[in-house]
Write a protein that binds this ligand. Structure first.
Ligand code: AMP
Length: 427
């Protein structure tokens, strides 16, 4: 398990990473961050959902360090409007404690605002290839300072016409550069671009873990909101004989923390363990020991506890949130069904999680059966803010699949942290 503190990043970036709730580096991050910080060209073969965006942005932001001059020093070429916005948002989130500046330019809409953003002075430019060339040829982009070039989701750029376009892009900038190329798949065209463009690259191939244990039976429930998830969890936990040793996985520390507190109020503090990155190492070890030794039935945690740990006799894994790093699903459910024992994995899925569930099913090449929520579980109305947040997320997913998709939400509002409803004390 590798924490971000082990890389040569700085406080500003580590604080931003912590705010995003990332607790440990993913496989691609573990390999790419030191290589990029070491000045090497990188060829990364890794799908979305593996954390590849932060894998190149974090070292890039560290190297660029602070705002300097007016012209971009790093260029990130991406295939679609949606990805360019997404990369821009990740830069915004990761650079929030630095003074680094960026602009995002892509076709399909007027260039005026994009040009204005560049003119203010930038350190990083995120661009689709066509729009980059247009703005360059019109004199709006100065490329002389570009020392870092990233090509992201290269497999989607790879038709023959792109190769010509790409060579023209390369001609606009200085030859002495560090080059990074990321692609979900390896094809002859990607190999060709890599050969043209990278100098003795470090090759990183991330094969996500896809094998789920046959001893684990999997199912998912459709639930409209957080409160409904909570009600189902309470109902399931009534089965004390069956659900003897349960890990509940949440997607953020904030959710794990408030769900943990909620359950502690109901079952007593000593009967529910909460483990996440904000707890000290010693607390985490002690909690884990108590759970291992069957002293406590319930463990609420983030993906921090998903990897590697060998805890015997876990009967149930509950995915209170569907994981967005899809491989984490495999790690999570691997906490049960160990040593030939059988285990059960239950995933709670809201409407925005459906997309992620489908991606997980693709990854593990299995259909996970849906089971009905028991009738006696109360399904409350979804609060307005939670509903909007899910709709925004669905818009983002649709645009990711189809950049032409015009969703109901074009703004990029910050998503506020959610909190658990107040418990009414012991039941
Ligand atoms: P990507 O593969 O870059 O599209 O990232 C997929 C998702 O994983 C995004 O929602 C990221 O915010 C999230 N993510 C990236 N790195 C981490 C990490 N180390 N821990 C948890 N989530 C991450």
């Amino acid at each position: 398990m590798i924490s971000f503190r082990e890389f040569r990043l700085n406080r500003q970036l580590l604080d931003a990473v912590a705010d995003l709730g990332y607790e440990q580096a993913t496989a691609i991050q573990q390999k790419a961050i030191p290589a990029i910080l070491g000045g090497q060209d990188v060829l990364g073969v890794s799908q979305t959902g593996t954390g590849k965006t932060a894998a190149y942005l974090l070292p890039l932001l560290r190297i660029l360090n602070y705002a300097q001059g007016n012209d971009a020093r790093a260029l990130i070429i991406v295939p679609t409007r949606e990805l360019s916005i997404q990369v821009g948002n990740t830069i915004r989130d990761l650079s929030k404690y630095t003074d680094l500046r960026y602009a995002v330019v892509f076709g399909g809409q007027g260039a005026k605002d994009q040009i204005a953003a560049i003119k203010k002075g930038i350190d990083i430019l995120v661009a689709s290839p066509g729009r980059y060339l247009d703005l360059y040829l019109e004199g709006h982009i100065q490329a002389k300072k570009i020392k870092y070039l990233v090509l992201d989701e290269a497999e989607r750029l790879m038709d023959k016409s792109f190769i010509g376009q790409f060579h023209r892009i390369l001609e606009t900038m200085p030859q002495k550069r560090q080059n990074l190329l990321f692609s979900a798949t390896m094809s002859d065209l990607v190999r060709k671009i890599a050969a043209d463009f990278l100098d003795f690259p470090i090759e990183i191939h991330i094969q996500p873990e896809v094998k789920t244990a046959e001893t684990v039976s999997q199912a998912w429930y459709s639930l409209p909101n957080m409160r409904a998830k909570l009600n189902l969890l309470m109902e399931l936990l009534k089965d004390e004989a069956g659900m003897k040793k349960v890990i509940v996985f949440c997607k953020t520390k904030a959710i794990a923390s408030s769900l943990g507190k909620y359950l502690q109020r109901l079952y007593g503090e000593e009967n529910v363990l909460v483990i996440h990155g904000n707890k000290t190492q010693q607390t985490r070890i002690n909690s884990m020991l108590r759970f291992r030794n069957d002293e406590v039935r319930l463990l609420v945690t983030t993906d921090l506890a998903a990897r590697g740990l060998d805890i015997p006799d876990v009967t149930h894994v509950v995915n209170f949130d569907t994981p967005v790093i899809y491989e984490d699903y495999v790690h999570r459910i691997g906490r049960t069904g160990r040593a030939f024992k059988t285990g059960v994995s239950l995933t709670f899925v809201n409407m925005a999680d459906r997309y992620h569930l489908e991606q997980i099913e693709k990854l593990i090449r299995q259909k996970i059966p849906q089971v009905k929520v028991p009738r006696n579980v109360e399904i409350p109305e979804t609060p307005y803010e939670e509903q909007q947040e899910m709709l925004r997320e669905i818009d983002r997913q649709k645009r990711k699949e189809n950049p032409e998709f015009k969703g109901a939400f074009h703004d990029k509002k910050e998503v506020k942290g959610r909190t658990m409803p107040k418990s009414k004390g012991r039941r």
